[in-house]
Design a protein around this ligand. Structure first.
Ligand code: PLP
Length: 435
């Protein structure tokens, strides 16, 4: 299985390099050279298959040249330790709940798959893989929990002191074992700069095997296609076309849905829904692709002014912009509109988080303009993760799910670190090279 860089189709690498490097040297994103198409026979059998069985088939089709059957099974079993139920919200409208994992957001799928795959690919090496992550909250918790106790991999998380919510902080500072948290006396940009400098430092890279596990890594991106297959298979069988609406920030999640479509899943239409960080909806509605400085909103995991997976979207349509614009409709909403829709749907009996609310509204607006559809919107986080916003919007008190509440009892353990690269490098240089 080979991957090419979206910046240069001639630059091709194998799975190990794509996963360990993350980003191509020319800054392009890795994409599979060949997308396998599943047989109709298999697609027709999906409704009778479990989520795991679907996982074995889909991951098998993509990775069978690089991994053994046993490895594929192990990888899927490690990833899918929680369900992704499809919940009917109203006639023809379903929520795909992706928040039943350890950190209550869909990023758990990609993080779990990525950790296991890295560990497998490096199993024969005597070198320990060091994953460096700068986080302002969510990425740190998903990566830390996904990599927890995975052999041969150690995660080092840099986060800005006093700038991450207590609940988020607890999710990556209390785990211990192979997860180390560095509390940086600075802001998020300092953490990001220090990590970037580490990847460029020749001496460090000579000594340690450093990698990134950020959201553009193919090992985080590809497994997200699984729940599109699963959700589609659980929809009622009728002659209605199927639309998927995805609340989007960096556009990795929706790009994975399009990958599922490329593999033969008959999704008729995608809806890309954003908050006022609306670079992609503007593009889909005919404007040029114009990045912007990000704007803070209540759906803050989507506050992205320069969506990093955009080249992946284009590549999935072979660079055909019209095809992309036809197949993906873009909508964006203000915070006021988001709160309104949360209130409306709550009254009808379902509690949306601010991200899911944006997806739901995109789906409703699309379905109002297009007949004969049934639709799925991706509920990307548990409402309890955005407790304050949800409680204020809906005037209620949420109970945190047990596993989230359990983090609050853990003991915070961090190393204090200045915001200077030299100190960080010194810390890394003192680590052992091997396992
Ligand atoms: C990361 C995130 C998103 C955006 O997903 P992309 O793949 O970056 O488009 C949406 N909702 C939640 C809750 C997230 O954490």
């Amino acid at each position: 299985m080979k991957f090419f860089s979206t910046n240069n189709p001639g630059h091709q690498v194998d799975l190990v390099e794509a996963v360990i490097k993350g980003l191509a040297p020319d800054q392009g994103l890795y994409m599979p050279m060949k997308v396998p198409v599943l047989s109709n026979e298999l697609l027709n059998k999906l409704p009778q298959m479990t989520f795991h069985e679907i996982g074995y088939e889909v991951i098998g089709a993509l990775f069978s040249t690089a991994l053994s059957q046993g490895q594929i099974k192990e990888l899927v079993d490690h990833t899918l330790t929680f369900d992704a139920p499809l919940v009917k919200v109203e006639e023809d409208v379903y929520a795909l709940e992706l928040f039943h994992g350890p950190t209550l957001a869909f990023k758990d799928f990609g993080a779990r798959f990525c950790s296991k795959l890295m560990s497998m690919l490096m199993a024969k090496s005597d070198q320990k893989v060091r994953v460096l992550v700068a986080t302002s909250g969510d990425t740190g918790s998903a990566v830390a929990n996904g990599f927890l106790e995975v052999d041969g991999v150690e995660v080092i998380i840099l986060f800005p002191k006093g700038k991450v919510s207590e609940l988020q902080e607890k999710q990556f500072t209390t785990l211990g074992r192979n997860i180390t948290a560095l509390e940086v006396d600075g802001v998020f940009d300092d953490c990001q700069r220090m990590v970037k400098e580490a990847f460029l430092d020749a001496e460090l890279n000579e000594k340690l095997l450093l990698t990134s596990a950020n959201s553009i890594n193919v090992a985080r991106w590809i497994p997200q296609c699984l729940y599109y297959f699963y959700a589609f298979s659980r929809l009622p069988k009728n002659d209605k076309k199927v639309a998927f609406a995805v609340p989007s920030g960096n556009f990795g999640n929706i790009a994975a849905g399009i990958l599922a479509q490329r593999m033969g899943l008959p999704i008729a239409q995608f809806v890309a829904a954003t908050n006022v960080n609306k670079v992609v909806p503007d593009y889909l509605n005919g404007a040029d692709f114009q990045t912007m400085a990000s704007i803070a909103t209540i759906s803050n995991s989507m506050d992205v002014g320069n969506p990093s997976n955009f080249p992946r979207l284009l590549a999935l349509y072979g660079g055909d912009e019209q095809a992309l614009r036809d197949n993906v409709k873009g909508y964006f909403y203000t915070d006021e509109e988001t709160v309104e829709v949360m209130q409306e749907v709550y009254r009808a009996g379902y509690t949306l988080d601010p991200h899911g609310a944006v997806g739901y509204k995109g789906l409703m607006d699309f379905m109002a303009e297009n007949d004969n559809f049934q639709g799925v919107f991706l509920e990307t986080a548990h409402p309890g993760k955005f407790r304050e916003t949800v409680e204020n919007a809906l005037d209620l008190t949420l109970t945190l799910p047990g596993r989230l509440a359990a983090f609050m009892d853990g003991e915070k353990k961090v190393h204090a670190m200045g915001n200077d690269f030299k100190e960080f490098k010194g810390y890394l240089m003192r680590l052992d090279r091997i396992i």
